[in-house]
Design a protein around this ligand. Structure first.
Ligand SMILES: CC(=O)N[C@H]1[C@@H](OP(=O)(O)OP(=O)(O)OC[C@H]2O[C@@H](n3ccc(=O)[nH]c3=O)[C@H](O)[C@@H]2O)O[C@H](CO)[C@@H](O)[C@@H]1O[C@H](C)C(=O)N[C@@H](C)C(=O)N[C@H](CCC(=O)O)C(=O)O
Ligand SMILES: Nc1ncnc2c1ncn2[C@@H]1O[C@H](COP(=O)(O)OP(=O)(O)OP(=O)(O)O)[C@@H](O)[C@H]1O
Ligand SMILES: N[C@H](CCC[C@H](N)C(=O)O)C(=O)O
Ligand SMILES: [Mg+2]
Length: 485
């Protein structure tokens, strides 16, 4: 067992009260999961202040407390450590507790508003196909050498993150590809993680409920690059107008990718069809299975990361061209009578527009596009009217429905979405609160060759309503409806 002192290596301490040379059985940041001999790290959260739970943690067996504000009354025998930033301390301590697993593999973090899951999933599959033992940390699932471990967050909390990485190391992984969400960066879930490299996909409107301003959101993503070590690479999409800003203060080796201009990794889009993407890349023409211009960026990011990690470019392209997209990303289901349904995780205005523009480009005749879309509760309210507006602009018919209402009233979310529907689009828009009913209605409206886009939930297998996750899977519902046509 490690001592508290060993865990606190590199943590900026303000004061200590009690022995720090005592062994620690584990790290907990939630009083409800404290067990005997744990150190409890009190963080100031977004809902409650974890400092309120210090005495609860001690009752449950915590023998040491790491906090930002020392409690007025202290319990005898308990060690109290005051730090400047508890979340940062938690990240550093978790890394130490698990013997710095990130330093024993090459860890690559992907950040950006959209494209992270697609990029890390492709990297994971690519490196597995190249013969390596690999770990994946993603929104859809975590995976170690083919074994799936369910994920609760896009980026796990610091303790879970290091525990998973330690397991990857134990199973011989030499690479780990992970999503770095802006929440995780700001909350220092990745403090202490040693990155071999990081990549930036794009930044557009999302999460302004949490970050308040777009500038803060940019700063959050940039922090990943600011903190990279000198030997790491920092790969950025320079077609995104914030690409260069991301790396302006990094010490790492800057690499760029682009579909439009000179860059370290450059591709040219030759064509984009329902059969996939045709790109010119590294002076050769390659066909990929993924659909949509935006996926050309994801493929280029994967190529850039793999080559930056030392892989052979031809070999990378050979394998990459055979890989499918991640589940719930432009996932197509075609009915016996020729209706195409597309399930896609577009849950931001930009993603929705990209997917609808892709569909528009792929239309061959006068097929109608029917879009079903909702917005999650307890999340950025400002994207709601914009997403409804985008859906109307690019569809023949729109059904506004529920996503994960969480603790909000679905009617309120839908009213905010409706505010984005201009009078000229009223006639083609309807609102059906129940998502399954909305999908049924769209499928019933669709004629052969029409396209039904079901946006927002992608791979999700539940619908979260007032704290309960009910089973719900867009794809399964569509398959059931299609089986009756
Ligand atoms: C808004 C947000 O990001 N919240 C995350 C944050 O929780 P928090 O610090 O705000 O928690 P809090 O409820 O205020 O509690 C404060 C502290 O008191 C502790 N506590 C609380 C109650 C109690 O009885 N005892 C106790 O000790 C809590 O454990 C916590 O340490 O830290 C927790 C631990 O890491 C996360 O589980 C939690 O994720 C919540 C559930 C969440 O929904 N997060 C989403 C928004 C998120 O993180 N999403 C990103 C993806 C975004 C993207 O797609 O780009 C992700 O990485 O998944
Ligand atoms: N490079 C891209 N640029 C813009 N939109 C994209 C890009 N890649 C994917 N998308 C769109 O965004 C959706 C989400 O993609 P993906 O899951 O890969 O992103 P993500 O960044 O992991 O999202 P999250 O923040 O929820 O984890 C896709 O279903 C697609 O509609
Ligand atoms: N990672 C994103 C996912 C949004 C998916 C959408 N279905 C929703 O529930 O809002 C978030 O946590 O904001
Ligand atoms: Mg993701």
């Amino acid at each position: 067992m490690k001592t508290l002192q060993e865990l606190l290596y590199k943590v900026q301490l303000l004061a200590t009260d009690g022995h720090t040379d005592k062994p620690v059985s584990g790290i907990a940041f939630d009083s409800r999961s404290v067990t005997e001999g744990n150190v409890f790290v009190a963080t100031v959260g977004t809902q409650v202040d974890g400092h309120q739970y210090i005495s609860k943690a001690i009752e449950k067996g915590a023998t040491a407390i790491v906090c930002q504000t020392l409690p007025e009354t202290r319990t005898e025998g308990i060690t109290y450590v005051q730090v400047r930033d508890s979340e940062k301390a938690l990240g550093l301590m978790a890394s130490r507790f698990y013997d710095n697993p990130s330093a024993k593999m090459k860890v690559v973090g992907i950040t950006g508003t959209n494209g992270k899951t697609t990029t890390v999933t492709l990297l994971y599959r690519l490196f597995r196909a190249l013969g390596y033992n690999v770990g994946l940390l993603s929104t859809v699932q975590n995976e170690i050498n083919g074994e799936v471990i369910p994920s609760t967050h896009t980026t796990p909390d610091a303790v879970q993150l290091n525990a998973l990485m330690a397991e990857m190391v134990r199973r011989g992984c030499t690479y780990c590809f992970m999503e770095a969400s802006s929440h995780a960066i700001v909350q220092h879930r990745i403090a202490g993680i040693q990155f071999a490299g990081a990549a930036f996909s794009n930044i557009t409107h999302d999460h302004l409920d949490y970050h308040q301003t777009f500038d803060n959101y940019i700063k959050a993503k940039k922090q990943l690059f600011d903190e990279l070590p000198v030997q790491a690479f920092a790969l950025v999409n320079i077609d995104d107008k914030r690409g260069r800003v991301m790396v302006q203060n990094t010490k790492a080796n800057i690499k760029t990718y682009s579909l439009q201009t000179m860059a370290d990794f450059r591709a040219r889009l030759i064509s984009n069809s329902l059969h996939g993407l045709h790109l010119e890349i590294n002076q050769q023409e390659v066909w990929f299975q993924l659909i949509g211009n935006f996926n050309a960026y994801n493929l280029l990011a994967v190529y850039g990361v793999a080559v930056s990690l030392g892989e052979d470019s031809d070999e990378v392209l050979r394998v990459l061209s055979s890989l499918p997209s991640a589940v719930g990303r432009f996932d197509r289901i075609v009915s016996a009578n020729g209706i195409t349904a597309i399930v896609d995780y577009a849950h931001t205005p930009d993603a929705l527009q990209n997917v609808l523009e892709t569909i528009a480009e792929l239309r061959t005749g006068n097929e109608k596009v029917i879009t079903i879309v909702g917005c999650g509760g307890n999340r950025d309210k400002t994207k709601r009217p914009i997403m409804a507006g985008v859906a109307c602009q690019f569809s023949d018919h729109v059904i506004l429905t529920s996503d994960n209402p969480r603790d909000e009233e679905p009617e309120d979310i839908l009213a905010q979405m409706q505010a984005g529907v201009t009078p000229s689009n009223f006639r083609k828009t309807q609102t059906i609160i129940d998502r399954e009913e909305a999908i049924r209605k769209a499928c019933a409206m669709a004629a052969p060759h029409d396209i039904v886009l079901v946006a927002g939930k992608g791979h999700e297998t539940y619908q979260e309503i007032k704290g309960v996750k009910y089973p719900f899977d867009d794809k399964k519902i569509i398959e059931a409806i299609f089986s009756t046509l």
